[in-house]
Design a protein around this ligand. Structure first.
Ligand code: FE
Ligand code: FE
Ligand code: ZN
Length: 275
């Protein structure tokens, strides 16, 4: 099954996202658990959740929740680290209402503290929020390396995973724009990048792909997404990504600058490129 979706607005609930996904030819979706700039999450509507679970029972892929951008587990400010803890705890609690979903977060920005402190703080957060009975898989996203962002090197992600006790709850989300921006050449050498991922992290950790083109050239550490085929990765490289044997069975999520109609067009383009 080709599992593909886009980032949708969660403001009208799960059933609305499901219907919207189906209307654009998708069979999964990504959404923010709350305002991407942080803040309180809307109360969950139990009826909406149960109707969604019923509707999505068949022929629908695993959904992916995205933590707010403001969540920074390795901030130098204890209050911000505390917000990260409370937010992730609450997000996981909510996601357990839709069992076996995935929850993606940005490892964070160490703001000058250095990578060693960052690895400690991020793994501490995960050691506090993960628990044996949870069904949600928590994904660390590969980052572009903007500023002091952690997770732009596969080694950094590996160090975090190694420092987490319940690491079986962890996976990785591979963002094509970020990885290319970070200096992994998925355009010229996708095989080599995936071999390196396998050697450093292990391909069994790879649970989802953010499928984005990039506004900036290779290794620019900027993190600006572009529409599929309109950026520096290009349509041929992204076609190789969705068809690669190591990736093709993963869910693909578009985070491209599009409205709903634009997403529908990209999904139909991707389906035509799928072998
Ligand atoms: Fe992200
Ligand atoms: Fe992403
Ligand atoms: Zn990004």
């Amino acid at each position: 099954m080709f599992t593909v979706g886009a980032h949708l607005s969660a403001s009208k609930g799960y059933v609305h996202m499901y219907d919207e996904a189906v209307s654009i030819g998708a069979n999964t979706f990504q959404f923010f658990t709350r305002n991407p700039r942080g803040g309180k999450a809307k109360a969950l509507d139990e009826n909406d959740v149960s109707l969604f679970l019923e509707k999505s029972k068949n022929n629908f892929g695993t959904i992916l929740a995205h933590a707010p951008y403001t969540l920074n587990a390795c901030s130098a400010d204890e209050k911000i680290r505390n917000f990260a803890l409370i937010t992730m705890e609450d997000d996981i609690k909510r996601l357990e209402k839709t069992p076996y979903s995935m929850y993606n977060f940005h490892p964070g920005s160490h703001v000058g503290q250095g990578i060693d402190v960052a690895v400690d703080q991020i793994s501490q957060l995960l050691n506090s929020v993960l628990y044996p009975e949870m069904t949600t898989t928590v994904l660390l996203e590969t980052m572009a390396g903007k500023g002091s962002e952690v997770g732009s090197r596969f080694e950094e992600i590996r160090r975090i995973i190694d420092a987490v006790e319940l690491s079986e709850k962890l996976g990785v989300c591979f963002d094509t724009c970020h990885v290319y921006d970070a200096g992994y050449d998925v355009v010229q050498n996708l095989d080599g990048v995936l071999e390196e991922f396998d050697r450093v992290i292990g391909l069994s950790r790879l649970k989802a792909v953010h499928l984005n083109d990039s506004k900036n050239p290779f290794a620019s550490h900027k993190d600006r997404h572009e529409k599929i085929g309109e950026g520096s990765l290009g349509v041929e490289a992204l076609a190789r990504v969705i068809n690669h044997p190591a990736l093709r069975n993963l869910p693909f999520f578009l985070e491209t600058p599009n409205d709903i109609q634009g997403y529908a067009e990209e999904i139909s383009l991707l389906k035509s490129l799928r072998k």
